[in-house]
Write a protein of this length. Structure first.
Length: 637
């Protein structure tokens, strides 16, 4: 038997020795006070506001679509007789909103690849042009003689507008997440939900101003106003600098210095920012074995699968909070018995409070983090919807009717205090830098898909010609709040103030443990609880060697390995085990067995010593021994 230790050249891939791991640098400036960092980055704030054209357009459109349903002129042009009155059929309400969501799905999903192909600025421009075409169709939809044609043209316009929104919104969050310093991400990514509220306030104000107009001008003016956001997106494409991350991914580093200077100014440590960005992307590329050619399939592999799953969950949370009911609140109030003017007034108050709530949420997230903000939002909204449901049992009571308005305002305010602001921030932070555009595209796709489901079904729940639930719809959203709370509790991690290198480490599958080596079952049974084991603490891996078919002929199941007594007293019952033979009773712990070539052949586990550090790299299927270089040379390894 050759018991000599292996030479360096003899060690095969799958068990490697490395002296250190080159992790990305921390992003500079993260230790300084928030307001000082914000003061030093006025250009980043300006470019963030310009990048949010999609947020303004989405907020405006989602509110307009809900608010114009309360306009008598719109109901006359697009409605159907129902008894002695005219109402908008639930089918068409659902279709207009659902087809918009389908457009967002298409735009967001395709945009993930287009962002990495053409860049962020090009997609701002593309989204602006497409939205301008959609606005033109909306503007003329009321001019056709047939009500079916009017509805159909509006349906087509909503789909095209959805495509532009998917492009503009996913481009916005990708771009802002790539230019934001860690301590500013809460505010800069939080501009997205805030500007959605701004778009909603503009929309409700324009609709309210035209409530008395009985001509098609009443809804044409809100539709025409959306051209301003199209122009804003095109202007942003011409003004904002390209994303530094995109330039690194496309290997256009010659342009990087100029872009970084335009973003952060000459006083910033541009060399360190550049080094951090390049090393982070290089590290992620080394994990995926491809530094530039990111594909959608990578979003569903290894640790990126976990990130994609969390981003998808985050993008469902607003629907669980009842945003589809809130966006339809104007027509919901009308169906519940309010006048159109009062319904719009209540909605306008709600939007105004939501804007304040979004600003306050930045402080809440900065203090308590994303996870706690989301959980508290679901708990609070659940109570609000329960109260709404109880009020729904008294549909003819004026006080109960007023409370329905109050409860929707409170739900909207709570959403913007919590989930509505926290989810887009967390969703933009979670993806890896290489896959951010594609992961966020998938996230917006899931968001739009959930929006499609809820916006298509919710009008059926409260419309008088369908479910006619009234306030009792609160029971539905009480249940979704419970589901949202449970899922968030189990799945959403905390990313507050973390650099992207820190977040990479959070999701890393590289785990380091101290090694306790046993030279066979007899050694294990005799010395499991000796000082060599207890001094290693709870971060330990048990290694059984010399138990393979050469070292232990016949390869029987040699031992039932379990945690040392010191760990059992701490409540730790499972520890990772590695061996070169068959072992019994390790199914309760993570185990790597039949390590080959076995120790008796002088390979792999033979090089380990008690107290060595062993790194598990599950991305590549590697075990990496991190022992001192001096000992490595002294022992001829």
């Amino acid at each position: 038997m050759d018991s000599r230790p292996p030479s360096r050249d003899e060690v095969k891939p799958g068990f490697q020795q490395v002296e250190a791991v080159n992790m990305p640098l921390q992003e500079p400036g993260s230790e300084r006070p928030f307001w000082q960092i914000l003061k030093d980055h006025p250009r980043v704030l300006l470019f963030t506001l310009m990048a949010n054209s999609g947020a303004l357009l989405f907020g405006f459109d989602v509110l307009v679509q809900g608010a114009i349903t309360a306009l008598p002129a719109f109901v006359i042009s697009f409605g159907s007789p129902f008894g002695e009155t005219i109402i908008l059929p639930a089918l068409w309400q659902g279709l207009w909103q659902a087809i918009n969501a389908m457009g967002i799905m298409l735009g967001a999903f395709s945009n993930g690849a287009l962002l990495d192909l053409w860049g962020r600025r090009a997609m701002f421009f593309t989204g602006g042009v497409i939205s301008a075409i959609a606005c033109a169709l909306e503007f003329i939809c009321g001019d056709f003689a047939s009500v079916d044609t009017r509805r159909g043209v509006l349906l087509a316009a909503k789909f095209i507008l959805g495509v532009s929104q998917g492009i503009m919104m996913s481009t916005c969050q990708t771009y802002v997440s790539e230019i934001s310093p860690p301590k500013l991400r809460t505010v800069l990514l939080g501009c997205y939900p805030f500007l959605i509220c701004v778009g909603q306030m503009i929309a409700i104000s324009i609709v309210f101003a035209n409530i008395g107009d009985m001509t098609t001008r009443a809804f044409k003016i809100p539709f025409a106003a959306q051209w301003a956001f199209s122009a804003y997106a095109i202007l942003a494409a011409l003004v904002v600098p390209e994303s530094p991350s995109y330039l690194v991914l496309k290997k256009q580093t010659s342009r990087l210095d100029g872009v970084l200077n335009k973003l952060y100014g000459s006083k910033a440590n541009l060399a360190q920012i550049k080094e951090t960005l390049i090393s982070t992307i290089a590290h992620e590329g080394s994990v995926s074995n491809d530094a530039a050619g990111a594909t959608y399939s990578e979003c569903f592999k290894a640790t990126d699968l976990r990130r994609t799953f969390i981003v998808a969950i985050l993008n469902t949370l607003q629907q669980f909070m009842g945003i589809s009911l809130i966006s339809n609140s104007t027509y919901f109030f009308v169906m519940a018995g309010m006048s159109a003017k009062k319904a719009l007034t209540v909605n306008q108050i709600g939007v105004g409070l939501s804007m304040v709530g979004t600003l306050v949420s930045w402080l809440i997230m900065t203090r308590f983090g994303r996870r706690m903000t989301i959980l508290s939002g679901f708990a609070t909204c659940g109570v609000i919807y329960l109260a709404m449901a109880i009020a729904g049992f008294f549909p003819h009571n004026p006080s109960a009717l007023n409370f329905l308005g109050v409860s929707v305002i409170l739900a909207s305010l709570t959403s913007n205090f919590t989930v509505g602001t926290a989810y887009p921030v967390a969703a933009a932070e979670i993806p890896s830098v290489r896959l951010r555009a594609k992961t966020l595209g998938i996230g917006f796709f899931v968001n739009a898909f959930m929006t499609w489901i809820f916006t298509f079904t919710v009008p059926y729940m409260f419309n008088s010609d369908q479910g006619n639930l009234g306030g009792k719809i609160g029971f539905i959203f009480l249940a979704t709040c419970v589901i949202g709370f449970a899922v968030s509790w189990l799945q959403i991690p905390e990313t507050k103030n973390m650099s992207y290198a820190d977040i990479d480490h959070l999701f890393s599958t590289k785990t380091e443990c101290k090694v306790r080596v046993f030279g066979g079952p007899e050694d294990y049974n005799k010395n499991l609880n000796d000082g060599n084991t207890t001094t290693l603490g709870d971060n330990v891996v048990l290694v059984m060697r010399g138990a393979g078919p050469i070292g232990y002929p016949g390869a029987p199941e040699v031992v039932n390995m379990h945690a040392p007594a010191a760990l059992l007293k701490m409540g730790i019952f499972d520890v990772p085990c590695i061996g070169d033979g068959r072992q019994s009773g390790t199914s309760g712990s993570p185990s790597i067995l039949h390590a080959s070539p076995e120790t008796s052949a002088g390979r792999n586990l033979a090089i380990l010593r008690n107290g060595d550090t062993l790194k598990f790299d599950l991305d590549h299927g590697l075990l990496i021994s991190l022992y001192p270089k001096k000992r490595y040379r002294a022992e001829g390894l």
